[in-house]
Structures are given as C-alpha cells and as structure tokens.
Design a protein around this ligand. Structure first.
Ligand code: PMP
Length: 413
C-alpha cells in the first residue's frame, strides 16, 4: 500500500477498487510490490517513467519487457504514426502483415513462416494447439514453475481451472535432461510437444541459463518421437540473440512464441514455425478482433529493422554487466550477501537468507526513494536507452539500498 495517502495514486486506487475487481489484476497489482511503489503512471520517455503524482523514475522493468529500444524511439514512432494515418484496425490486415512475416522469417533462424497475434499467451497457446494438431497427440511437457501465460492450460493459479484443463500437461525440471527423458517416457506415444522458456526465469528464484545438454536433449527427444519443440521467447526474445535464444547452441525449435519486445511496446505477438507444422498452423482455428492491427506491425518492422543494424543486444549486455559488477562491488563493500543470475541484460538480484524477500523489498523501496525502479523478485530488463550515466545513477540508488539492507541486518542479528 502507498504511504502517500493524499496522492492522486491513492485516490485512483480507491476509485479503481469500486469499479475494477481487486482494483487491479495479476502481478502488476501494486499491493504485490514494495510499499510506496506507484500503481498508476502518467508518461514514459526512453528509460524513464513518471507516476501520476509527477515522481520520476529511472526504470529497470521496461514495461515488464516490451520497452526494448526506449519509449518513443523515433524510428518506431514514425513508422507507427505513418501507419496510423493510413489505418490500423480494418477489415483485414494491411501490407505490413506480409512485410513483417517476411522480416521475421529472414531474421529468426528456425522460422519458415510466421503468424501474428496480440499477447504472449496467444502465441504459447497457439504453439501447443499447432503441435497437437500436427501430431494428433495430447501430452505437453512443461517445466515446473515456468510461466507461459494466463489461460487454463498454463495459469499459475488453479482457481477457476479444472483438472480436465490440465489433464495432458506433464512436468519436468528445467535444465535437467534426465527429468525431461523421464517425462517423455511417461508421455509415451501421446507426446505432442515439449515447451521450454529461452532460459529459466521463474519468479523469486535464481535465473538459470539453459545448459547445452538440456537444449540438445529436448531437441533429440522431439526428433526421435516426432514431437514439436516449442521455445517460449516471449520474455527473452530479441534480448539474447536476434535469430533465436538457443542459436548459440545450434538448437532450433520447431515453434517459437514471441511478444513483449517485438514491437517496442505496441501490442503484438507472433508464432514462428518450421515447414512441417505449416499445414497444421493453417488448419487450426485462431483469430482475434485486433490481431490484424496494422500499427503494431509497422512498429515491429521498425523495431526489427533497428535490431538488424546490430549493436542493441551488445549494448544491453554491456550495460547490464556494468550494473551487475557495480552491484557486486557495492554488496561487498556493505558486506551484504546477494546473488545475481541469468543474462546481464535481464538482471535478477536476490539476497541471501531472504526467504520472505524483506531485504529485497527494503533494497527496492530505498532505491525507489532515490528515483530508481527495481523489482525484488521478478527479473528486470534493460533497454537501449540505458547508458553509462543511467547505470551510474542506478548504482548510486543501489548503494543507498544496500546500506539500508546492511543496517537492517545489523539491527536484527
Ligand atoms: N511466456 C513468458 C515467458 C512470459 O514471460 C509471459 C508474460 N510475462 C507470457 C508467456 C505471457 O505473455 P502475455 O502476458 O503477453 O500473455
């Protein structure tokens, strides 16, 4: 809850509680964030956000992923505005659909085709449907604790969901080739697909990059069994490797789900796939009233065009590394134990002996008071607008946050 009782944010929360169930849905509910975190925002620019009370933040959530090039990137905005003047939601798609699908096929290594949608959940769910349609099998292998969206087959909550909705979902442990083999053996002749995130980024635990052995085992099982390997790129896509997150291993999925960063904040998702799944993708019934929107597609073409010129992912990684090294140095100086895991461009900072995330929340609250928006238990994101000066600014706030944690530890031990 906010402590700014007279703020516009507090007034909006009160009004929202009356007309919006719970005041807000899901993990974006400010009650799930540390105290003082705002619920409502008024504007965004580059890597900065302003809340409705006019407080400014240097942001490390990047809209939970979509903000990749910085808010209001000039090329993306110009492309979106140009298309908006022509038309957005029409009776069918604009030319942008074909141009974007061609660009994705040219950019994403495994892709023989692309299908465009709206949300990440649309894309992951469509991948599963295509795999089942193509194989005429039912079992879907999912990593325990992974997030693939908010519909019955994969929602993290079981409320309102029936056992039948999950009847053919089976679990394995990420990065554990043996557990994958066991789950595949249990699925027997009914194995339709294996779905895996680009890397392990489960809420509230250390991130893990995939091991080569795990990625290769997933590929080998699918090849041997005629099943589809689905890579969930919704969160990591275009931040690790432009052609696909498992490209460094040379492991190509059969289907991949994309969204978040694809159109730099405009609502868009995509499924990419290999030829053997193209007919099934054409036959299943998928659609949405807004899936043809031409403006997000124009934004995505501009986003991919910028990315293909190169340098963005390298910049994110370099700035993420600078932040990571800086936080490590500060933590040592303050004698605070913490862990940073996963790719540097998607930072995760978790404190030792902090099962209830109290240290993490104190760190974040203190940094927020210094104008820097971190998250205590979800991975964070860098965007291209984070430069050296912004990382130094973030480290000054992290210094204050770590000092607060160090004082808290001293006071409680
Ligand atoms: N898969 C992953 C890995 C995600 O991170 C998310 C969103 N956090 C989704 C799927 C679902 O995407 P959306 O919220 O756009 O439906």
């Amino acid at each position: 809850m906010t402590t700014h009782a007279n703020s516009l944010d507090a007034a909006l929360r009160e009004r929202a509680r009356r007309v919006v169930p719970g005041g807000m849905w899901g993990h974006l509910h400010a009650d799930k964030l540390p105290a003082n975190y705002p619920q409502f925002f008024s504007r965004a620019e580059g890597c900065r956000l302003w809340d409705v009370d006019g407080r400014a933040y240097l942001d490390f959530m990047c809209s939970w992923g979509p903000n990749l090039l910085g808010h209001h990137h000039p090329e993306v905005e110009a492309a979106a505005e140009r298309q908006a003047r022509l038309g957005d939601c029409m009776n069918g798609p604009a030319q942008t659909m074909v141009e974007l699908a061609e660009l994705m096929v040219d950019t994403v290594a495994h892709a023989d085709w692309a299908q465009l949608q709206k949300n990440g959940t649309d894309a992951t769910t469509t991948c599963v449907t295509i795999a089942r349609a193509a194989t005429t099998r039912r079992k879907v292998l999912v990593a325990r604790g992974a997030y693939h969206g908010a519909v019955p087959w994969c929602s993290p909550s079981l409320l309102g969901i029936t056992a039948e909705d999950r009847a053919h979902i089976m679990f394995y442990d990420y990065n554990n080739a043996e557990s994958l083999r066991e789950a595949a053996a249990q699925a027997g002749d009914d194995l339709a697909c294996i779905i895996a995130s680009a890397f392990r980024h489960d809420l509230g635990r250390d991130q893990e990059l995939p091991s080569r052995a795990f990625a290769e085992t997933a590929r080998a099982i699918c090849d041997a069994r005629g099943a589809a390997l689905i890579l969930d790129e919704v969160r990591a896509g275009f931040r690790l490797h432009l052609a696909g997150s498992w490209e460094p291993f040379g492991v190509k999925p059969d289907l991949a789900a994309w969204s978040k960063a694809l159109a730099n904040g405009y609502p868009l998702a995509a499924v990419t796939g290999r030829d053997w799944l193209k007919e099934a993708a054409a036959q299943i019934f998928v659609t949405g009233s807004f899936w043809c929107g031409a403006v997000p597609m124009a934004a995505a073409i501009a986003t991919l065009t910028v990315l293909r010129r190169g340098g963005v992912i390298e910049h994110l990684a370099a700035m993420g590394e600078k932040l990571r090294v800086g936080i490590s140095d500060l933590a040592r100086r303050h004698e605070v134990g913490l862990r940073q895991s996963g790719p540097a461009q998607m930072p995760m900072v978790l404190f030792d002996d902090d099962a209830d995330f109290r240290k993490g929340e104190l760190f974040c609250r203190t940094a927020l008071a210094k104008g820097v928006y971190f998250h205590p238990r979800h991975n964070m994101f860098l965007c291209a607008a984070h430069g050296e000066a912004e990382i130094e600014e973030a480290l000054r706030a992290a210094d204050a946050g770590l000092q607060a944690v160090a004082e808290h530890v001293r006071a409680t031990t």
